[in-house]
Write a protein that binds this ligand. Sequence first.
Ligand code: NAP
Length: 495
Amino acid sequence: MSELLNPDHIDFAEICVGGQFRSGAGGTAPSIDPTDGTLVADYGVAGLDDVEEAVAMGRTALADPAWRDLKPHERARVLYRIGEAIEAHAEVISALQTRDTGKTLAETLALALSAAGTFRYVAATLESLDEDLTAPRGPWVTMSVHEPIGVVAAITPWNSPIASDAQKVAPALAGGNAVILKPAEWTPLISLFLARLAYLAGLPRGLLSVLPGPGRVIGDALVRHPQVRKVAFTGGTVTGRRIAQIAGTKLMPVSLELGGKSPTIVFPDADLDEAIAGVLYGVFSSTGQSCIAGTRLFVHESIREAFVSRLVERAKALRMGRGDAPGTQMAPMIAHAHRDKVAAMVDAAVAAGARLLCGGKVPLGEFAAGAWYPPTIIDNVANTDTICREEIFGPVLAVLSWSDEDDLVAKANDNEYGLACGIWTRDYKAAWRVARRIEAGTVWINTYKQFSSSTPFGGVKNSGLGREKGRHWIQSYMNQKAIYWGMSKDPIGWG
Ligand code: NAP
């Protein structure tokens, strides 16, 4: 490992403005380990002047023939190198991210490898993208070509750092753009690390800035900036809608990966061991801090009692512990404030009549100093209750049941969100019928929370707008241009 990439030697109080690592105009702020509330590092906070400078540096870099004139396969080479560098430093990234987020080492390693895979997939796609020669309907040669949009702002949440950063930075650079990344306040360290790594891997100066700072200040300034021509956002629906309104005024493209309240459906003929493991993984992995968490369980009435009692037993046995301890399944949540919000939502549901089947209490003893919350399962709730309507973003599962398929589909769809759905059954026809009727961007059948870079991902309804991943990923960061090339030997015949 290069000493320049040794987290113990990195000064995280430096922000990245177009490849210059220096202090930000907003001073510093603490990044806290949610395991025990201790300081991980003071990180640099950008100010509005830094936003101006990052945009200006991005524009200068875009005009430089050293980037502007690179052929796609040459840009791809830079992206491959970044992907390889991420993979080579995956364990360093994982350890740093576990300290910054409390997540398990297994999860942070998977996020680092996912980010490396994203850069490589995008590079490979870029190498093999074709432009269209369209069928002429007159005496011209007609083409449709793609060109960079310009300066892109990427605004990311705290729950999957580096993976969500890569999902925006890689396709934006592939499209020939400059990117300004605004990470979440709770998790800026890994984004600053990514910038160092990208420049060491050969990214030309000016093309990537990382500006930590409050979303309502730095994020808002980026969205409103007249020279920022696209915003790629992942985060909450309230923030996403605010960004979309500003984007609408600017007539700027925006992609929005937002919240979810996903149903998981268990049929009476499901393989119960597989379904129980899948439901637990779908809702409690990442300590429930996942947009796609399967938080509303619809289990068939005929198996409800047996299924739920085994599910609760297995949930109680999940291993809660430090993210860096071997075998941990339930690490702390991202921050004490977020844990307290989740606990308050559960308390309110219980006060309104919900029954706690397990969890639901902030743990004390060895867990008292950290932001822990146990796997929590509740029943005696209706699909229309607040706890079943609003995103909790914590390890909380609500049990509902069904007996009629039409009613099931109506209830599963009766929610403002439409991000994901899980179906557990051996009946392939039923799986197909329900999968096609569910209003969601992704449906998993007899599996859950699996991803492939080649399969487009995104939400419907209040879960978002646009898709990430897939063959058209890069073009979503480009403008399409039509070229008509006159071939007639006769003049247009006018004037
Ligand atoms: P958030 O509060 O919306 O914040 C997301 C990002 O937006 C952060 O970087 C935040 O900065 C910034 N931000 C806040 N206010 C802003 C503003 N007015 N203008 C511009 N940027 C602003 O969401 P979060 O709590 O970090 O993340 C959790 C949410 O993300 C959940 O709803 C989850 O479902 C969603 N999510 C969706 C997906 C998906 O793919 N669909 C994936 C992961 C997460 P600060 O940190 O400084 O506030």
